[in-house]
Design a protein around this ligand. Structure first.
Ligand SMILES: Cc1cc2nc3c(=O)[nH]c(=O)nc-3n(C[C@H](O)[C@H](O)[C@H](O)COP(=O)(O)OP(=O)(O)OC[C@H]3O[C@@H](n4cnc5c(N)ncnc54)[C@H](O)[C@@H]3O)c2cc1C
Length: 384
């Protein structure tokens, strides 16, 4: 082995330094694995840097997604320990706060819809509560006084995804993880290109490892470097957000506030993120007048005080969506190749559980709680 080959050899190669790839590297390195993370642009530059960072397994709950809820709840349970370890390693604040969330109905139709969603939450044994207008405004005095009612979800929390990426970037090198700027262009396989994966070809040379974890976010479905037979059904789902600056001493809200059409996610320094549009627009990341208008209008309707806040920025990102809104985490038909993508609206929440899942898979285990994320599930449905 030449010194160059040795330098570019590790136990695991992770493709993509979004929060999913970084969380996988974190857990793998805590199990003593040497890891190289390959990132084409900059860590966190994809959907991760756009996300509001709500850790809301219940608030984001949809009908017919019980397995996803299980996974979401498992990940939220892991969050406090994950954050404590990352913050202890770096001394950096990741913006993790146990704020709770208040889902607001602004008229009678919205109240009927919100009650349906409350019933669903209660049917899963979740601890959500209906509040009348007065009780809701006691908690969040800034909410529009004409509200019809609200649901309080005390367990929901929030993190600042950019701050978390910065903390992981700072912590990972001390744990033996190298983050390399390199675009992956192909896989290296044994047996004339048809055997197990033994590394990745990149714009910065070859990187060898007996396990490769593909975490390329929304691009997974069109990634030419992944063989077509295992390329997952992942599509980009555009989301626009608006950032406003306010006063840390007198924040416009304490909790995550949500209505049918918008959420307001508070940061510890008084900023808020208004989100998010959900658009099927392919790989378009343009911020549009219509998108920004809709977010500001709906947020103002729920929380009129936002009118006094300073406009900071509006950005768009691409959620990695799947046909059943559930991520794709698991082994593929190609030995040594693991997929970790398709986290759609919950990738920040699902980071710790995905890191754990990837580390278990690399160690040769198949956790039963991962059954719903099997990468082969869409192909099986197509052929059955
Ligand atoms: C508007 C919006 C709001 C959101 N809000 C929330 C929220 O409140 N809570 C929540 O839990 N989730 C939220 N999400 C979802 C969350 O952001 C995503 O699910 C999550 O960030 C996906 O992380 P990822 O690491 O898979 O992808 P990404 O963050 O997109 O990272 C993928 C990385 O892979 C790199 N890459 C791709 N191809 C290659 C290659 N060939 N070689 C090298 N590198 C490559 C990319 O450059 C990128 O950095 C939101 C998303 C959006 C868009």
């Amino acid at each position: 082995m030449t010194p160059e080959t040795q330098k570019n050899s590790s136990d695991v190669v992770v493709v993509g330094a979004g929060l999913i790839g970084l969380a996988a590297a974190w857990e793998l390195s805590s199990r003593g694995k040497s890891v190289v993370v390959l990132e084409r642009e900059a860590p966190g530059c994809g959907a991760t840097s756009v996300a509001a960072g709500m850790l809301a397994p219940i608030g984001e709950l949809d009908f017919g997604e019980p397995e996803l809820l299980e996974l979401n709840l498992r990940s939220r349970r892991l969050y406090p320990e994950f954050i404590a370890a990352v913050e202890a390693a770096t001394g950096l604040d990741t913006g993790f706060r146990h704020t709770g969330a208040l889902h607001v109905a602004l008229d009678r139709d919205e109240a009927a819809e919100l009650k349906r969603s409350l019933d669903l939450q209660l049917s899963f044994g979740l601890d959500s509560k209906w509040l009348g207008p007065m009780a809701a405004r006691d908690l969040e005095p800034g909410v529009n006084p004409s509200l019809a009612g609200a649901v309080l979800v005390e367990e929901d929390a929030i993190v600042d995804p950019r701050a978390l990426v910065e903390a992981l970037r700072a912590a990972l090198p001390d744990r033996g993880v190298r983050i390399v700027t390199a675009g992956v262009t192909g896989l290296i396989r044994e047996g004339e290109g048809a055997g197990p994966v033994v590394g990745a070809e990149t714009t910065a040379g070859d990187f060898r490892a007996p396990a490769v974890v593909a975490a390329p976010g929304a691009e997974a479905g069109i990634a030419k470097w992944l063989p077509e037979e295992i390329r997952p059904s992942v599509r980009p789902v555009k989301g626009q957000v608006v950032e406003l600056r306010g006063d840390a001493e007198g924040p416009v809200c304490q909790r995550i506030l949500g209505s049918e059409r918008v959420y307001v996610a508070p940061r510890p320094d008084g900023r808020v993120i208004l989100g998010a549009t959900v658009e099927e627009m392919g790989f378009d990341r343009r911020v549009t007048g219509g998108g920004v208008h809709e977010l500001l209008r709906e947020a103002y309707r729920m929380l009129p005080d936002i009118a006094e806040m300073e406009f900071v920025d509006a950005i768009a990102g691409l959620r990695p969506g799947t046909p059943d809104n559930t991520p794709v985490i698991g082994r593929t038909a190609i030995d040594g190749l693991i997929l970790a993508t398709g986290h759609y609206r919950n990738g920040i929440l699902l980071a710790p559980v995905t890191g754990l899942a990837v580390a278990e898979l690399v160690d040769g285990h198949d956790p039963e709680w991962l059954a719903a994320t099997d990468p082969g599930r869409f192909r099986e449905r197509e052929t059955s």
